[in-house]
Ligand binder design. Structure first.
Ligand SMILES: Cc1cc2nc3c(=O)[nH]c(=O)nc-3n(C[C@H](O)[C@H](O)[C@H](O)COP(=O)(O)OP(=O)(O)OC[C@H]3O[C@@H](n4cnc5c(N)ncnc54)[C@H](O)[C@@H]3O)c2cc1C
Length: 411
């Protein structure tokens, strides 16, 4: 089999992979970025919401070609149909995700990375237990080739297999994933703002939520993300149909997407000898919302810092990469853990309990602010609304990382 050589091989051309590749290439190393799809960012499987400008522009300048709509607040519709609206100027944006991902990959190529589409990683190569490269299939020709790399980065997203090949993660279980379906709807009535909408309760999204995210020009991403274990045998598309029939029956359906979104608890270890994992493949999504674009970029920065140090020291052992796991677990990973606990309690409430909790949470100052949702305050508000939930929160906390199940309902 033909062999190539590089310093770092990155599997996956999403935000995590492109950002990691950019930073390593900028440091002067030979980087190969492999994406199995023919086109970066396409097809889009995303509701396209991101946070405020200062958060995003750490990674990418937000110009008109990437932005679809500003977001100036949000609306929550409770299971009984009450709406609670919060206006916060410039809380975020809806982007054109394909353009966003393409720009990130172009930035990697400009930094010197060799960006290749239609190339699927099919296995990792190991020497004495350490990852030393991978095998790749060119999907256009069927040709297989070997890539020897000092470090391999798994940025292969929710369907990624590389963390399993490396032995640092198992496959996601049904309760660790939101099953999603979304339609781009034209000619939809939207509240002024623009604001994003979250619709809660078992009617449209058991164990998750339904959303309406404005794209401008009278269009919106209208979707549902739910816990398949609580869906009663119905699919996400069934729930989406019901939601659309209720929220925008006269809207024009323009593009259906379906996919899974990780809401799993964070991984204990993010690296092993010669390999590290970043982005959604590393369970770095926010486990409450499922959002993961900015988290993937933050993870990439931390991964790249550790890779740079390892390459400089001439060793790719897990010891030289462990700073990445520590950096993540000590920062975003910690917040994600609080979000995980909040989600496990909140999304398993009955509709009646959820109704009461939402009213309570919406009155607690500081749970929602321009900096985002504060998970610890949210947990406290939930527990104050339902003191008997305290025991479940404590069980989850004491249970450590072993409890990744969907939990049971409380009704
Ligand atoms: C319906 C839906 C709505 C969402 N909405 C939002 C939202 O509004 N806001 C938000 O922040 N997040 C959202 N997310 C989550 C968000 O899309 C992900 O968290 C984000 O894309 C993670 O980035 P990533 O780079 O880790 O993975 P990805 O963007 O998934 O990139 C991984 C890449 O790896 C490639 N790949 C996989 N295996 C291989 C292989 N063997 N060889 C080569 N390439 C491979 C894939 O083709 C893919 O391009 C949503 C997800 C879904 C499903």
């Amino acid at each position: 089999m033909e062999a190539e050589r590089c310093d770092v091989a990155v599997i996956g051309g999403g935000p995590a992979g492109s950002r990691t590749a950019t930073l390593i290439a900028r440091a002067g190393y030979r980087v190969l970025l492999l994406e199995k799809r023919e086109r970066i960012g396409y097809p889009v499987r995303c509701a396209e919401a991101i946070g405020p400008r200062h958060d995003v522009e750490r990674y990418l300048r937000l110009d008109a070609s990437i932005l679809s709509s500003p977001v100036n607040g949000f609306l929550v519709r409770t299971p009984r149909g009450e709406t609670i609206r919060t206006d916060i100027d410039a809380i975020g944006f809806i982007v054109d995700r394909e353009a966003f991902d393409r720009r990130l990959a172009e930035t990697a190529a400009e930094a010197g990375a060799d960006v290749r589409c239609g190339q699927q990683a099919i296995s990792l190569l190991k020497t004495g237990g350490a990852v030393t490269g991978l095998t790749v299939r060119d999907l256009a020709t069927g040709r297989e080739y070997r890539v020897d790399a000092k470090i391999v980065v798994g940025a292969d997203g929710v369907e990624g297999l590389s963390p399993r090949w490396a032995g640092i993660a198992g496959s996601l279980r049904p309760g660790e994933i939101f099953t999603c379906a979304q339609e781009l709807i034209g000619g939809i009535d939207l509240p002024p703002g623009p604001i994003i909408e979250f619709h809660l309760g078992s009617r449209f999204a058991p164990g998750g939520y339904a959303w309406v995210f404005p794209k401008g020009n009278g269009e919106a991403n209208v979707g549902v993300g739910l816990n398949p274990l609580r869906a009663g045998g119905r699919t996400a598309c069934d729930y989406l149909d019901a939601f659309i029939a209720d929220r925008c029956p006269d809207g024009k359906r323009r593009r259906l997407v379906a996919g899974g979104c990780s809401v799993a608890r964070g991984l204990r270890a993010l690296a092993t000898d010669g390999y590290l994992v970043v982005g959604e493949a590393a369970h770095q999504n926010n486990p409450f919302s499922g959002g993961g674009i900015i988290n993937a970029l933050e993870g990439a920065d931390m991964a790249a810092a550790a890779i740079g140090g390892a390459l400089e020291s001439g060793t790719a052992s897990v010891k030289s990469l462990v700073s990445y796991t520590r950096a993540w677990n000590g920062s975003v990973g910690k917040t994600n853990e609080a979000f995980f606990l909040a989600a496990r309690v909140f999304f398993n409430l009955s509709d009646g309990e959820m109704e009461r909790v939402i009213r309570r949470v919406s009155r607690v100052p500081g749970v929602f602010d321009p900096g985002g949702v504060k998970p610890v305050r949210m947990i406290l508000a939930i527990v104050f609304a339902y003191p008997r939930l305290l025991s479940r929160v404590l069980r989850l906390m004491i249970g450590g990382r072993e409890d990744t199940s969907a939990g049971g309902g409380t009704s």
